[in-house]
Ligand binder design. Sequence first.
Ligand SMILES: [Zn+2]
Length: 320
Amino acid sequence: MNKRVKKLLFAILFCCLAVPGGMYGATEFFGEGFGEWMIGYQPGRVTQSGGMASSSVTEGEMQVIFLDVGQGDCTVVRTKKADMVIDCGDKGSADEVVEYLRSQGIHELEYLILTHPDSDHIGGADEVLAAFEVERVLMPDVGNDTKAYAEVLKQIEENEVVVEHPDVGDSYLLGDAMFWILCPDPELVRESDLNGSSVGIKLVHGENSFVMCGDAEEESEQAMVERFGNALECDVLKCGHHGSSTATSAEFLKVTDPTWAVISCGKDNPYGHPHAEVMAALEDDDVQVYRTDCQGTVIAISNGKELKWRGLQFDGSQKY
Ligand SMILES: [Zn+2]
């Protein structure tokens, strides 16, 4: 099937799926290179977003909130109709995460993505699961022999939540945004390499896009480059593994070609994140960097065309 026919078929398919509000056409959603992007695409796995209401997000807006959880990850994605959380930080920041979500009037999460079962990503997930109704949990098919992971599994069982191990190329709707699974490549999922097993996504809202891949490192980035090529291009790259030099490899940075980068890491963390090599590479490419260790919680607000940024104190008051 040539690229033009493939584009046409997928455009028809997505018109049939009634993209919410008819707000975006397929080309606007996928951007350039979407033919390649859809390799591995599985129509049967497309899921329709539900109608969960949320406050303080206006119609047609998407907010991506990179919460300052110290050395760890927690990203909240909000649309008018549905909310998602990607990772929940360590156990120590769980109360703050729950408090933040409540302060936003969130009662339900359509998706909870747990990128991989390391405690700086899933440590607070049991408390988030206990506090909110979660429709679906997406996580890699790999476990970890830790108390934190056992507690998350226990809470998942108690809540009777549907757990999915998404495949590369699966796509999901989140209100008027969409996201695709970029990684992990099935061959890289293994208990001996939890970082490499990270679930990563490309999140698209109109003309704005984000690539966020947990602690995926160079091997996983290489697999993504081979599979998706220039379709990885995005406006915002959340640097893998807290800005470690084991991620944000030269080739991955080249194909993602972001305008902005976000690094989630703790102040004076013992790993030296973000590493100087990554900061230098971002500077060389004129990428504007936001760091949770320096700026605290950082929010990107998309209206489907432009992106605006603002900072937030953890008590919810605006910082800039
Ligand atoms: Zn991590």
